[in-house]
Design a protein around this ligand. Structure first.
Ligand code: PTJ
Length: 247
């Protein structure tokens, strides 16, 4: 497959193949790490068991995430190599709809990858991309994900972290930041410590959070109501039940 158009739309698993192809292309472009391929495979397995659809509890989590992003003093959407390859334009649209910043933050950090991802986001309409300054550190982390911008994740009160590794999720939580996590594995440490765990494929989750944000924008009462009625434990239990028992 050389580009998206080579996957026939009639294929029963068209979306899944397209997603896989985007990760492959991400590796070729120097955006996605090779480990990203493994992460994608793991995600696909969970997604298959979820019926490759957004379950109701994930939709509620996506609405809650939208409300948190809108109510934040300073929201940041963290972007890694998988997220950039899969949903670059959708991340830019989400940032626009919620007023959040975009910040590149990588587990396997190289300056080259950071710059390529920032360029890729700009090609998809981003005006300001953070993550290149890296003048602040998240305490308690001894890997590259500790490096953040002081006026980005360092200053944020709400951070959306797609496809996260558990260490940083815990460290951000300890700093008192509200974490919105997108992860297809409800048992992953990042999903478990999130204020809002979104157990859904990022390709469906990000556009749906944006849609909810557009719906909730300018309505602080509804935003608060959505936040107050959201229960993370229930979202995780529902997702696990769907995966184990079938939807
Ligand atoms: O770009 P980098 O260097 O920051 O590295 C990014 C990866 C994803 C390679 C790195 O963070 C990593 O190794 O993550 P893990 O520990 O493999 O965790 C990734 C999680 O995301 C797993 O629980 C997967 O099930 C989940 N996942 C994979 N693909 C998707 C997904 N969740 C939502 N949507 C997906 N498309």
């Amino acid at each position: 497959m050389s580009d998206d158009a080579d996957v026939p739309e009639s294929h029963p698993r068209y979306e899944s193949l397209l997603t896989r192809h985007r990760i492959e292309a991400g590796v070729d472009m120097g955006i996605t790490s090779r480990q990203g391929l493994i992460a994608q495979g793991r995600g696909e397995a969970y997604d298959y068991l979820l019926g490759e659809a957004t379950i109701n509890s994930a939709d509620r989590a996506e609405r809650a995430a939208a409300a948190y992003l809108l109510r934040a003093d300073h929201a940041v959407v963290s972007v890694n190599g998988n997220a950039a390859a899969l949903v670059p334009g959708e991340l830019v649209a989400l940032a626009e709809a919620t007023g959040a910043d975009l910040e590149v933050n990588l587990f396997d950090r190289t300056e080259k990858r950071i710059e390529r991802i920032a360029d890729y986001l700009r090609e998809h309409g981003a005006e300001d991309v953070k993550g290149l300054t890296a003048d602040d550190r998240i305490p308690g982390l001894d890997h590259e994900r500790a490096k953040v911008d002081a006026d980005g994740i360092g200053d944020a009160d709400v951070v959306l972290v797609p496809l996260e590794d558990g260490d940083r999720a815990e460290a951000l939580g300890e700093l008192g930041k509200t974490e919105l996590v997108v992860d297809l594995n409800p048992l992953s440490r990042s999903a478990q410590v999130a204020t809002v765990p979104i157990v859904d494929n990022i390709v469906r989750a990000i556009p749906n959070v944006t849609e909810h944000a557009r719906d909730l924008r300018g309505d602080p009462d509804s935003q608060q109501e959505v936040i107050d009625s959201f229960d993370a434990e229930t979202a995780l239990t529902d997702a696990e039940a769907a995966i184990r028992g079938g939807v």
